[in-house]
Write a protein that binds this ligand. Structure first.
Ligand SMILES: *Cc1c(COP(=O)(O)O)cnc(C)c1O
Length: 374
């Protein structure tokens, strides 16, 4: 089966990992600092490495002080974790609808969803296309809310010439193998705000405060560290950070190839009946994680099944987050976000990854064309 996404691992990555394994530090060592520095150069803001993208979201919300009594406005067109980690902190998640074309959080819908209890607004750069951050920034500022970007799809993308990582107060990344770069499991939180950065670091490190100036009991002894707020061990080990730094060297090549493949899909699929292709806004330079087409005329499920039967690993991203039974059980009802539901009903992600060959891509296009023309 041709996968919809897959990692690219080279000898350089393997060497980076084995040299970390032979070093004094398997975790909490110098490769963590190096990876965070390398990431910061791409993200345009200081970064905290964490064990996965879900942990990055949990850490970002915790750093923002999200808790019981707070509301978090977010998009349903995402992997469940964007919402679930806020719910786990005790916040009430308010789903606002997406733009009809990009499937990103609609700033007008977000504005309408804001209340006096809104603590954070969390956008997702769906498929790698940045959300409308200038408009979202205005909504967040007027609500006195923290703006969060779930950029699990979008490391390497830019919006109005600014890199993803600088567009929100807190930005989260995932380095799962299907994403734009990988450490196996991995993630990060980027923020230019020193206080949010400090809070993210402490939460990621079991809540441990080691800075003597901040301790309530600084004279306890040289061994002393203390916890002021609950945290978790979300550290990314040196072994995986080594792989991350090695992967980041190839990020420009990853981006170029993904853009080339998207341009080929745009060209090869233009005019295929019953299909709508993804849009790219003029002020956006996306590094696409997904190539999401829309299958019209109620044929998405049939096309999904026939593509899979043809050995082509298409995927659907995503079932609206509030359709998950955990939200249904909390009283969230279908019909809340019509654009997101209409998008979900038609969405199909075609294979897109660095090592996808032109020949394999041609096969995907041919299979899709054959199905849609029959
Ligand atoms: C992958 C993903 C996550 C979670 O990342 P993991 O590393 O798998 O925990 C969160 N949000 C979005 C939009 C994602 O695609």
């Amino acid at each position: 089966m041709l996968p919809y996404g897959r990692q690219n691992v080279t000898d350089a990555d393997v060497e980076a990992v084995t040299s970390a394994l032979r070093s004094d530090w398997l975790t909490t060592g110098p490769r963590v600092v190096s990876f965070e520095d390398d990431l910061a150069r791409v993200a345009g803001a200081p970064c905290v490495a964490v064990i996965n993208g879900t942990a990055a979201l949990h850490t970002a919300y915790a750093a923002a002080g999200v808790g019981p009594g707070d509301e978090v406005v977010t998009t349903p067109m995402t992997f469940y974790a964007t919402a679930g980690t806020a719910s786990m902190l005790g916040a009430t998640v308010v789903f606002a609808d997406v733009e009809e074309d990009t499937a990103n959080l609609d700033p007008y819908a977000a504005e309408a969803a804001v209340t006096g209890r809104t603590r954070a607004i969390a956008a997702v750069d769906y498929a790698g296309h940045p959300a409308e951050y200038d408009a979202l920034r205005k909504v967040a500022d007027s609500a006195d809310a923290v703006l969060i970007a779930d950029a699990a799809h979008a490391i390497g993308s830019a919006y109005r010439g600014r890199p993803v990582g600088t567009l929100a107060d807190l930005t989260t990344f995932s380095f799962f193998p299907t994403k734009n770069l990988t450490t196996g499991e991995g993630g990060a939180v980027a923020t230019a705000d020193p206080e949010l950065l400090r809070r993210a670091r402490v939460f990621r490190t079991v809540g441990l405060v080691r800075d003597r100036d901040r301790m309530r009991h600084p004279d306890e002894g040289g061994w002393h560290q203390e916890v002021h707020e609950f945290g978790l061990n979300y550290r990314l080990p040196d072994v995986l950070c080594a792989m991350g730094s090695s992967q980041l060297v190839r990020l420009p090549a990853f981006k170029a190839r993904r853009q080339e493949l998207c341009a080929r899909y745009d060209e090869l699929l233009a005019g295929v009946p019953g299909l709508r292709l993804p849009v790219t806004r003029g002020h956006v330079d996306p590094m696409r994680h997904l190539y999401p087409v829309r299958v019209l005329d109620g044929r998405r499920r049939e096309v999904f099944d026939r593509m899979r039967a043809a050995g082509i690993g298409v995927q659907v991203n995503y079932v609206p987050a509030y359709w998950h039974p955990v939200y249904k059980d909390l009283g969230y009802r279908r019909g809340m976000c019509p654009n997101a539901e209409a998008f979900y009903a038609e969405e199909l992600s075609l294979p897109l990854f660095y090592d996808l060959t032109d020949a394999d891509q041609d096969r995907v296009v041919e299979a899709l064309r054959t199905i849609l023309e029959s």
